[in-house]
Write a new protein. Structure first.
Length: 489
């Protein structure tokens, strides 16, 4: 126990941007409460990324542990969130197996850190299932952080338990037990569910993650109750998961964001340049296109997006995973863009190469729509600032989040990949025509207007949830009180 009478919360982030950004926000939320001391446990190369996201005024300690790269046979730099986001995915399953082995070898360094700092509880990413035992060893509760909302958490459990895709020959199926008669096709399931097989290390990891949840104290959910009440109830009452919804956690991160730009690999465009550009645009006139920190489209797909934007003719901010251009490089050297694209769209478009200040851009009133891959952080960030979406999921639980946005909340429409896809394998692209139709429907039609109206209602609910007396604010207070009582702080 802490001699100062504080509750000491230790936080162990997984090193991918989509996991690290929200769990650091959670650390900041804990630290913002009276009588709570917070420590983030991370590796040396990730420490600068962590620090960058923490305002100097926040009392958050960073405890370093060594990443066992050599023992697992992965390069030293693979420990960083930048590496995971930019390179790890492309290195294929063999590398990822080794990487997750290295992650599992973090257990001993974590145990040593816990022995040293003696926290009262551990909040750790779901990708570290073994950390439940580490917490158990020190007699402290472990709280799981998944990085997704209730809808995706519930859908994943229903699919894992009932395996509807295995019993059904037909193309689509209704997710068994899940409220709302949600339809999915087998191809919309994450690979870990589709290719479940004995001995597959990822199948094992998913099984361990599920098992470890049972051994954990509860789950911290980055969502707010009012957003998905049926699924919050289902998660607690039907699936029996003790949990606390304390989001949207990004709302607490605004000010430090403005100061630092966010995590990641250097900002492709400075925040102030983006904002200045947006100032010159009409409300709800700009579409923002970004596919998160991992999704990396082939050049052929980028060309289709460019063609769709040009043919639509409206204003856009488009984030692409390309290195920022040097002075000497001209547009003609960039093969992924149609020749002359930037000249022709100079007035209307802003391309950000690299990392965008997403939250700031999304929050601007000129932005009226968001083309998103439906990573949970992006989805929730969009909801938090009241934006309607074109959903373009790529992998993992993004297809579940798409259903929440389109079928449950009614604040987005799908790009309809199955209708507009051409080619196979590496040559597969979604055609410009399909992208343009979706963008037009969202930005120019009444349908889009109605979606923006609903999205703005959700924005208000999100703001209320995090204010004092709001559901998420109270939920965090309840959790802290409970943890304090448990550890006699
Ligand atoms: N992000 C950003 N700038 C970018 C790309 C991503 O700030 O150029 C942030 C985004 O705001 C979100 C996170 O990175 O917080 C991406 O997480 P998400 O769950 O949406 O997707 P993932 O990257 O995990 O696929």
């Amino acid at each position: 126990d802490d001699p100062t009478g504080n509750l000491h919360v230790a936080i162990l982030p997984f090193m991918a941007h989509g996991h690290m950004i929200p769990i650091i926000d959670i650390a900041k939320l804990f630290a913002s409460r009276r009588g709570v001391k917070t420590t983030i446990i991370t590796t040396r190369l990730n420490a600068p990324l962590v620090s960058k996201q923490i305002p100097t005024t926040a009392e958050i300690h960073i405890e370093l542990i060594r990443f066992p790269a050599a023992e697992a046979g992965v390069p030293e730099e693979s420990e960083t969130a930048d590496f995971f986001s930019s390179t790890a995915q492309k290195m294929g399953p063999n590398f990822l197996f080794k990487f997750f082995h290295a992650a599992a070898l973090l257990r001993r360094p974590l145990d040593a850190a816990l022995a040293k700092i003696r926290p009262d509880c551990l909040v750790s990413d779901a990708f570290f299932p073994w950390s439940a035992e580490s917490a158990g060893k020190f007699g402290i509760p472990r709280l799981v952080f998944h990085g997704t909302g209730y809808f995706a958490l519930c859908t994943a459990v229903c699919i894992r338990v009932h395996k509807p895709h295995k019993n059904s020959d037909s193309e689509s199926f209704v997710v068994p037990c899940l409220p709302g008669k949600i339809e999915l096709t087998p191809s919309q399931l994450p690979e870990s569910a589709r290719k479940e097989e004995e001995g597959n290390p990822f199948t094992e990891l998913v099984r361990e993650m599920a098992e470890s949840e049972g051994k954990s104290y509860g789950v911290i959910v980055n969502s707010f109750r009012e957003l998905e009440p049926n699924y919050a109830d289902f998660y607690r009452d039907e699936l029996g998961r003790r949990n606390w919804a304390i989001g949207p956690v990004s709302l607490s991160n605004r000010r430090s964001e403005e100061k630092a730009g966010r995590g990641g690999r250097g900002t492709g465009e400075s925040s102030s340049d983006c904002l200045k550009w947006l100032e010159s645009k009409e409300p709800d006139s700009v579409i923002y296109i970004c596919f998160g920190s991992l999704a990396d489209f082939a050049d052929s797909q980028l060309k289709e997006i460019a063609a769709a934007l040009e043919s639509w003719g409206g204003s856009f901010i488009w984030v692409v995973r390309k290195d920022p251009r040097t002075e000497s490089e001209s547009e003609s050297e960039e093969e992924w863009l149609p020749v002359g694209f930037e000249d022709r769209t100079a007035e209307k478009g802003l391309i950000i190469r690299g990392w965008a200040p997403q939250i700031l851009i999304l929050d601007h009133e000129a932005v009226g729509g968001f083309v998103t891959h439906c990573g949970w952080n992006s989805t929730l960030e969009g909801i938090t600032v009241g934006k309607a979406m074109v959903t373009w999921p790529v992998a993992a639980e993004q297809f579940y989040n798409e259903k929440l946005v389109t079928a449950v909340l009614g604040i987005g429409l799908p790009v309809e990949a199955e209708k507009w896809v051409r080619g196979t394998g590496d040559d597969e692209v979604i055609m410009a025509e399909g992208i343009e139709i979706a963008v037009r429907r969202l930005m120019d039609g009444d349908e889009g207007k109605e979606m923006r109206r609903k999205a703005k209602e959700l924005r208000e609910m999100a703001r209320m949830a995090i204010e004092e007396g709001g559901s998420s604010h109270s939920s965090l207070s309840d959790l802290i009180d409970e943890l304090k009582q448990r550890s006699h702080v």
